[in-house]
Design a protein around this ligand. Sequence first.
Ligand code: NAP
Length: 320
Amino acid sequence: MKAIEIRTYGGPEGLAVVERPAPVPAAGEVVIAAQAVGVGGVDTVIRSGALAAYGFKEGHVPGSEVAGTVSAVGDGVDTSWIGRRVWGFTGTGGGYVEQAAVPVREILPLPDDLSAADAVTLGSSGVVAHYALAHARFAPGEAVLVRGAAGSIGVMTVQLAARGGAAAVAVTTSSAERGARLRQLGATHVLDRSGEGGQDAPAGYDVIIDIIAGDDLPSFFDRLNPNGRMVVVGVVAGRPPADFGTKMLAAFRKSLSFATFSADTVTAADRHAVRGEQFAAAGRGDLAAVVHELLPLDQAVLAHRKMDDGEVFGRIVLTP
Ligand SMILES: NC(=O)c1ccc[n+]([C@@H]2O[C@H](COP(=O)([O-])OP(=O)(O)OC[C@H]3O[C@@H](n4cnc5c(N)ncnc54)[C@H](OP(=O)(O)O)[C@@H]3O)[C@@H](O)[C@H]2O)c1
């Protein structure tokens, strides 16, 4: 089968189309004949080599979610899965393939009215957005700021905060055009990447969901209301300065909270419960899966180039 591997760390051209043996499902696994593969922000970070210290090696197949039809099952797996349309989580790699082996506990049936492309667009990002807001103890009537709102996690966070009754949903983004699209998803105020601008934007926020981190992170502490909570779910701009906590301590009398959130701390059962609800909502049209573009699997280099160029709004989907 065709697969995409990271032949050399660095730019998108380091990705190569290769032939690999089709997977045979181990005990407890299914094989999914993939119709859609999600391209995540973390895939480009792994490809750059920035996470080599975490054990990612050249030869790694990126991609963490696929959707398609179950074509085979391993020992101990109910054979009635064969032929069913499912979404599957492959972990921190293994998704950019024509056929993916996935533990049965990591698959979820797709509703008839949800396409494979829509499923891989919101399958992981919607769960991260949901639990990030829960981790921040977001409550209806509160003001929310989503930093990095135009990415796959951001577009889901904006929608869930708006649907959850936020008094305001401010977003940071790099252009007015992207801001207009975020307004269609529920954003009420559009700020630039530094958090400036946005006519009549709230003076402070009860919750900040931050997908960006980087050097500017501490400046966003100033935008939290008393008892405000910031939850970092991504590091698109890299790590914050080492002394970022100093800034928060300087605002001691505001009783601020800072936390990180990783979906790894949520059980597969809890992730599936939320994902199932979101799949149903997307099928009904109550939640938008924001697909930036469909590209053939062997165009993964182009997909990563578009990611690196910052032109993606939502998620690119590869179609094997
Ligand atoms: N917590 C979890 O469980 C979990 C799970 C999966 C992934 N992640 C993490 O989430 C991140 C990827 O999320 P994603 O796919 O939603 O993001 P993304 O698409 O990579 O980026 C989101 C947006 O950030 C803005 N941006 C890019 N570079 C920026 C910069 N230097 N400064 C400020 N804004 C910038 C861009 O929008 P504009 O141009 O409009 O500003 C971009 O669309 C990664 O760090 C990944 O590791 C976390």
